[in-house]
Design a protein around this ligand. Structure first.
Ligand SMILES: Nc1ncnc2c1ncn2[C@@H]1O[C@H](COP(=O)(O)OP(=O)(O)O)[C@@H](O)[C@H]1O
Ligand SMILES: [Mg+2]
Length: 304
């Protein structure tokens, strides 16, 4: 029997890729940028969403101010009654905090024609994160992003949303998971990182138990900062890949190796800004094209 409320919750065609691991420093933000660039190069209309108060994903595509707040929105007009409807004086910018606070946000245009962006806000989002457990709106917040993306604007104007998440688990991250059609889990091949993978497996399964029609697809687990010359990392990789291991058929190859090029290209001053504008023989570019292609195919294949 079809539950109408549940069916209504399905996106007809929009893809939402959430990149998450409760651990920090595993390459979530670097991958968010690379995957966004890859999808753009494939001609997709992308919406980048940053829910990390660190704002590093935002800073790649939006000219953030020094205090970690977004710039004035180009369409901002203090006399526009829509801006007056905000429950506080219009600050002239939109960030992901407005989405969580008032359930509406106006995405930014970027230097890429097919890329819209909802930036984070360093102080406001951090404040919100600190309060969120106390305000008794958790259930609300967990379902919020999903409800927003059901809006006609996102369904019609966007092909894929890429969401970068902060390191710790919170109801904001839960919201990004609830909104997702696809989940990508990057992980280092250190022993302690892999032990945290049990939590990620549980998150995926728990989310799917709460859904009826629209499963959360696990795009895969991408080994990151992989150093083949380390025996410990090779062992960890082999364990994860071993037949019968929970994620064995979910490992994405090639892994993202530990390469200085990735670290360099994450700088705001990197030139070129995109890895994909580098020389064709750049090793990081070659492997990134390969793992992005696996991700691309899994996100845009029709199996759900
Ligand atoms: N494959 C890689 N090789 C080398 N350095 C990397 C790689 N991926 C990410 N880094 C660097 O590691 C740091 C953490 O990466 P980041 O993407 O910010 O992780 P997260 O978002 O999970 O915290 C950054 O300084 C980034 O430049
Ligand atoms: Mg990050």
């Amino acid at each position: 029997m079809v539950n109408p409320a549940q069916e209504e919750f399905d996106y007809p065609s929009l893809k939402v890729l959430t990149i998450n691991n409760h651990k920090g420093g595993v390459g979530k933000t670097s991958l968010s940028k690379i995957i966004t660039e890859y999808f753009l190069n494939k001609g997709k209309r992308v919406l980048g969403v940053d829910i990390d108060p660190q704002c590093n994903f935002s800073a790649r595509f939006v000219e953030m101010r020094d205090d970690g707040s977004p710039p004035i929105h180009p369409e901002f007009n203090a006399d526009d009654p829509d801006w007056d409807e905000l429950p506080y004086p219009p600050p002239g910018y939109w960030s992901i905090s407005e989405l969580f606070k008032i359930g509406y946000v106006e995405p930014y245009s970027t230097q890429y024609q097919n890329l819209k962006f909802i930036p984070s806000h360093k102080t406001e989002l951090q404040e919100f994160l600190d309060q969120v457990e106390k305000i008794n709106r958790e259930e609300d917040i967990v379902n919020l992003m999903r409800t927003i993306f059901l809006d006609e604007y996102y369904q019609d104007e966007i092909d894929v949303v890429v969401i970068d998440t902060p390191p710790q688990a919170s109801s904001l991250t839960a919201s990004a998971v609830r909104a997702a059609t696809h989940l990508l889990i990057p992980t280092e091949m250190q022993e302690d990182s892999v032990s945290g993978m049990a939590d990620m497996a549980q998150l995926w399964e728990t989310e799917n138990r709460s859904r009826i029609g629209d499963r959360l697809n696990l795009v895969g687990v991408l080994p990151t900062k992989y150093d083949k010359s380390s025996a410990a990392q090779r062992n960890t990789y082999d364990d994860l890949n071993a037949e019968g291991s929970y994620f064995s058929d979910k490992l994405i190859t090639p892994p993202m190796r530990y390469l200085q090029t990735y670290a360099n290209s994450s700088s705001t001053y990197a030139n070129p800004q995109s890895l994909f504008e580098m020389h064709d023989k750049t090793p990081a570019k070659i492997e990134a094209e390969q793992f992005c292609d696996v991700i691309y195919k899994r996100v845009f294949s029709d199996e759900r």
